[in-house]
Design a protein around this ligand. Sequence first.
Ligand code: GDP
Ligand code: MG
Length: 297
Amino acid sequence: MAFRSGFVALIGAPNTGKSTLLNHYLGRKISIISKKPQTTRFRVLGIKHLPEAQIIFIDTPGIHEGKTHLNRLLFETAKYALKEADLILWIVDITDPDAPENGLILKILIKETFRTLLVLNKIDLLPREQLLPLIEKFSSLYDFSAIVPLSALKGENTRPLLDEIIKALPEGPAFYPEHMLSDVPREQAFAEIVREKILWFTHQEIPHAVAVMVEEIKSYPDRSFMDISATILVERSSQKAIVIGKAGQMIKKIGANARKELEAALSLQVNLRLWVKVEKNWRGNPKILRKLGLVTE
Ligand code: GDP
Ligand code: MG
């Protein structure tokens, strides 16, 4: 059988299980392995090396119809990623099939007729008999290459999806050497771990208003620890109060959990320092967006 390789763009509303699916295929450590800065205009999230194929998963920034600088920028980057990809993987949470993003995604798909696999995720949460009508509904909306119901969390039916992905990729040699698992810069990967903890523990009260900027990474030759300093940007002082928490309890919890994950991933002791800063208009500030890795030029 000929070797296949290509780029697969992940798209879907927030919380549909994109990261869970990726982690299932790639393992948790992946995204902080490489120190190499990003080489392409889209962000490679991870690379799955198989005997018969190389699957390169790329990020698609959330699709919103907002009017801010950041929204427009993300929308353009998203469309670019979709155009460059060999295949689109659209992840839908079947407990929330009518998420507002889905209409927008469908509109883009119909306009450009991309080759798309539809993933109906979280089948563990829905009785079987409610699945069939959903499959029928989605298959009437667009000519998907395939529709695969699965549970990313439980790892149910995930191998059939992998097979569908491979089938949809063009024949060709691998793009990346086998040791390379991702090209997300370290700063972004570390920041994402911290940001994830903020969203967990604040119960997503402030998801879009928060950004994490890793300011400094210091490692020492022959020592098994690393210093990491990061600033948490929020838009209002009320959000700062949430992130810090009563008597600093919240920021402590965020820091401790992020540190634990960083230490496990890096096999190093980590000294993590976090600051919280109110930056009213960070989403409209090109300098900050560049530092966050959202703009590459
Ligand atoms: P993302 O925002 O699309 O990257 O979504 P995440 O991967 O962060 O998942 C959002 C939430 O959905 C997390 O709490 C996951 O544990 C949960 N989740 C993801 N996949 C499944 C699934 O198959 N079943 C269930 N029950 N929960 C899931
Ligand atoms: Mg995610």
